[in-house]
Write a protein of this length. Sequence first.
Length: 244
Amino acid sequence: MAGHSKWNNIKNRKGKEDAKRAKEFTKLGRYITVAAKEGGADEEYNPALKAAIEKAKAANMPNDNIERAIKRGTGELGGANYEEITYEGYGPGGVAVYVSCLTDNKNRTASDVRHAFDKFGGNLGQTGCVSFMFDRKGLLAIEREDSIDEDELMLQSIDLGAEDFDSDEHGYEIITSPEDFNRIRDSLSEAGYNFAIAELSFLPQNTTALTDEEDIKNMEKLIDILEDNDDVQEIYHSWEMDEE
């Protein structure tokens, strides 16, 4: 997503996830498997696994799928060995793009990602070419509801240590440090708030607006083809997307 104050980007991604539920379950399963493999099956002592499970539940992933993914990570069930790998580059019009993957075949993934960039007017670059343009942050997004008192939510967030709070007609966005993310998320959840998005993300320091129609179409296609790839977990970019 482009900026932490851009609800249209959140809605755009969430809608695509809803339309591709089965593929999303595959990606979430990998996320859970890797988290369980690296930190164990007890989510109370494994924050990464807890975050992965909560994300899966928010996407309505069945509990059986979640349990199988955990068992694959702990070795109770057989399965592929996934490793994390990232790709960086520029999309049409100079938009910075940072792609996070979990793959069991780096050569396949590298080829697929490079093909996507080449096909739609982008350039895949070297490691580090755009990552410095993004900040690692916790992102909590809450949809606007009549029952939510904005001032109260803002004060609660600030008191808990949030770095930033923003709102518009769609809802509220709370930015945290990575270290404070779990604590603030859990505290607000216990206070009764439901999240449209609750994740550790890479937020761009600056955004890029696209005005050329061809660039806009190609950027949309680049994101779509990357999202359609099972190996791609997240796509972070600096595109300043219009409401339309």
